[in-house]
Design a protein around this ligand. Structure first.
Ligand code: GLN
Length: 487
């Protein structure tokens, strides 16, 4: 087995036992990038020089017998909306095409302090708006399991890189499903933590009340290890939760007995592919056979979650993206006659269609004539959905559902049909609306050999219960085989 095919925890073990060096791991991943990146297109920017330097430093420290973090020397790719000091952070946009941040996001500081090896910055939908990575201004990313299909989005580069062996772990961001949906479509593990548990400082904002950074990887243990690094209180983020964050990795356990699982009835209805439904039901059965208690539950307002999400996220996006005006940083139009003209031309030329659509929608729902009819109602609906979740969680530990209605679609298939594209998030947006932790796990392949994902949702700050359930499933099913077989 090649080094790039191993999990982070396996590589960590090998490093400690001196079975390989950090430089060998990095070189294996780097060679893999060289051989498949032309086909996959996961990266926007590679940081080969700094990565190599870091790997050598890790080897030197280990040789001296220094005590390093377990993930020291493990290659990690970072979504291109997370600020990296001195490394271009484009948000896959023309607006920030040449933006080099003067500071690191808190998560990047933490990754650097753990001595992980940053391979580069990963492709995404422009400003994280999209479900296929096709709105990227930079390039197309292809699904490593079928190169004619999308990897999902917006963290498509982050999910594709893991499935293609171009990184061992990656970071994504999830506002309405952007970690879980691409993880499902690429057959890898993707985790959106509870809102407030991972600092958003340095994450270029899309919808601040919903955005959350999280890990993508090959196994639940790898996810737990990375989450343990990035989570924690940060005074630089006013929404960061000040509390103890016990180490998830140390307490991972396999135990289905007595686990109370709710099947979210609204997420198994019309519009969901049969192969998806059947595969998730099989997992439910597996849990049940091993002692879990299964109960059908209902979130009656779940059907309003999509409209609620698109109103709130667009409203916040219209406000957050007001800062891109050609004055402070980023793109500025070459030709203009006045200040207003400069703003207009900059924003017309600098933003892509999907971003403009969100800004217009967001400005509309916040405008004085329509605020009550749209934004206010969406906020009321958000409260209702959250309280329905609180209610069902009185009786159960976790919720199970498909992550996405179907498997990966063809490149170009949905790009001119925004509503169809938005439907991809039907099952993921609720967790963001409620601020809940949720994970997508690979659970089967359909008849075209495309990965199917299942989603587990937990109570706020119940990451340990959620990851234990995920870990239990991973053990019961014999482990995930995340790598593409066609590259
Ligand atoms: N696909 C969703 C959207 O376009 C979710 C995006 C995200 O989570 N960043 O809004």
């Amino acid at each position: 087995m090649k080094l790039y095919e191993k999990t982070a925890s396996e590589l960590s073990e090998m490093l400690r036992r001196k079975k390989c060096s950090a430089l060998e791991i990095y070189e294996d991943v780097s060679n893999r990038i060289k051989s498949v990146e032309d086909k996959v297109g996961a990266y926007i920017t590679l940081s080969d020089e700094t990565a190599r330097k870091k790997a050598i430093e890790v080897d030197e420290a280990l040789a001296k017998g220094e005590e390093l973090h377990p993930l020291a020397g493990i290659p990690i790719g970072i979504k291109d909306n997370i600020s990296t000091k001195g490394i271009r952070t484009s948000c896959a946009s023309k607006m920030l095409e040449n933006y080099i941040p003067p500071f690191n996001a808190t998560v990047v500081e933490k990754i650097n302090n753990a001595d992980m090896v940053v391979t580069g910055k990963l492709n995404m939908d422009e400003f994280a708006m999209g479900s296929s990575t096709e709105t990227s201004y930079m390039k197309k990313t292809r699904n490593p399991h079928d190169l004619d299909r999308v990897p999902g989005g917006s963290s498509g580069g982050s999910a594709a890189a893991v499935a293609a062996g171009e990184a061992i772990l990656t970071l994504g961001s999830d506002t309405g499903g952007s970690i879980r949906q691409p993880a499902a479509l690429c057959g890898v593990v993707g985790f959106k933590p509870t809102y407030g548990s991972v600092s958003r400082y340095g994450l270029i904002a899309f919808a601040s009340s919903l955005d959350q950074i999280g890990p993508i990887g090959k196994s639940v243990k790898d996810i737990a290890m990375l989450q343990d690094i990035i989570s924690g209180y940060d005074k630089m983020d006013a929404t960061s939760k000040n509390m103890e964050y016990p180490k998830l990795t140390d307490n991972l356990t396999v135990n289905a007995k007595g686990l109370k699982i709710g099947i979210l009835k609204e997420y198994f209805g019309e519009g969901v592919d049969d192969s998806v439904k059947e595969s998730v039901y099989k997992v439910v059965k597996l849990f049940e056979e091993n002692g879990a208690e299964i109960k059908e539950i209902s979130i009656p307002s779940a059907n309003f979650a999509m409209s609620t999400y698109y109103i709130i996220s667009s409203a916040e996006a219209s406000s957050n993206l007001a800062r891109f005006d050609g004055v402070k940083y980023g793109y500025r139009a070459k030709e203009y006659d006045s200040l207003i003209d400069m703003y207009e031309n900059t924003r017309s030329e600098g933003f892509g269609d999907e971003v403009k659509r969100r800004i217009m929608l967001g400005t509309f729902v916040l405008s004085s004539g329509f605020y009550d009819a749209y934004y206010k109602k969406a906020k009321i609906m958000q409260k209702r959905i959250s309280s329905e979740f609180d209610n069902v969680f009185k009786d159960i530990d976790i919720i199970i559902s498909p992550t996405v209605v179907s498997t990966a679609f063809k490149i170009g298939e949905n790009i001119d049909n925004p509503v169809k594209m938005y439907y991809n998030d039907a099952f993921t947006v609720t967790a963001n609306i409620g601020g809940l932790p949720a994970i997508s796990l690979p659970c089967a392949k359909d008849e075209k050999n495309l990965p199917i994902g299942l989603q587990l949702i937990g109570k706020k700050f119940s990451e340990q219960t959620l990851l234990n359930a995920a870990y239990t499933y991973e053990n019961l099913c014999g482990g995930f085989n995340v790598h593409s077989q066609i590259l």
